[in-house]
Ligand binder design. Structure first.
Ligand code: GLN
Length: 266
């Protein structure tokens, strides 16, 4: 009996070794897995037959090349990127992701590689000239005191547009009851086109993209929030973080990042 058990153990160990060696069940050392949400043009989107395209995709490819690794892209919901990076399922997350204090509790961020602003999209014939018009009034400290009846804000779930909009009016939010969350920015824009929401709050470059591909929309003057984009890695993975930061620095200095950005943002 003992013999049989030790034989089984032996076979199991050999199989375990083989599977670790082939990378089966384990992450392949030659590959960097990037988690993103490819519905965020011009940073990441699916480009017909060409697969994934966008600023983040190309920067990630350039980083992987510098590290001598293959890049694999996992296209997942925006809200599951951080959890997946945290658990080690993905090596890093890159998705036009804003650095926030809350997110920093769960992942580590690289140096920033882009700045962005949250903007407000409305129908071209909207009666509103600024997001400040969505509020009923302001107190002595010029903080909003309430939200006008019927105002509904469409956002992409779990993004900063969602987080800030869902806050209370006194913190420049619109109250979670007045915010409708969609899986993607494109879905939120579709809701705006069919009058299910008054406005969509989203990052400026995707906003420009959505305006260009849909008639009858405009971006209101004024910036709802200013942000920095960075790459996230598992907390404490200083080895990968340092490699990414060194690569980013080189790619900034030799003009590669500017060149990639110029290709997508005219
Ligand atoms: N910059 C926003 C955020 O980090 C939106 C990112 C996205 O939708 N891909 O929350």
């Amino acid at each position: 009996m003992k013999k049989i058990i030790s034989m089984i153990l032996c076979v199991a160990m050999v199989l375990g070794c083989v599977s670790a060696f082939t990378g089966c069940g384990d992450k392949d050392d030659d590959t960097l897995v990037m988690a993103t949400n490819a519905a965020f043009p011009p940073y990441e989107y699916v480009d017909g037959d060409n697969g994934f395209a966008g600023i983040d995709v190309e920067i990630a490819q350039a980083i992987a090349e510098k590290l001598g690794k293959k890049l694999e892209i996992a296209d997942v919901e925006f809200g599951s990127i951080i959890g997946g990076v945290q658990s080690g399922k993905y090596d890093f997350g890159m998705a036009g992701m804003t650095v926030t204090e809350d997110r920093k509790k769960n992942v580590d961020f690289s140096d920033t590689y882009a700045t962005a602003v949250q903007v407000v999209i409305v129908k071209a014939d909207s009666q509103y000239a600024s997001f400040e018009d969505f509020y009923t009034g302001f107190d002595e400290e010029e903080k909003p005191t309430g939200v006008k009846e019927g105002i509904k804000i469409g956002v992409q779930q779990d993004t900063t547009g969602d987080i800030y909009s869902s806050d209370e009016p006194k913190n420049w939010g619109f109250g979670s009851d007045n915010v409708i969350q969609y899986k993607t920015g494109a879905d939120a824009v579709q809701a705006l086109l069919t009058d299910k929401v008054t406005a969509v709050i989203i990052d400026n470059e995707p906003a420009k993209s959505f305006i260009a591909s849909n008639e009858g929309l405009k971006i209101l003057d004024g910036e709802y929030a200013n942000e920095d984009y960075a790459i996230c890695v598992q907390k404490g993975n200083t080895e990968l973080l340092d490699q990414i930061n060194t690569a980013l620095k080189e790619l900034k200095e030799d003009g590669t990042i500017d060149k990639i950005v110029a290709k997508y943002i005219k």
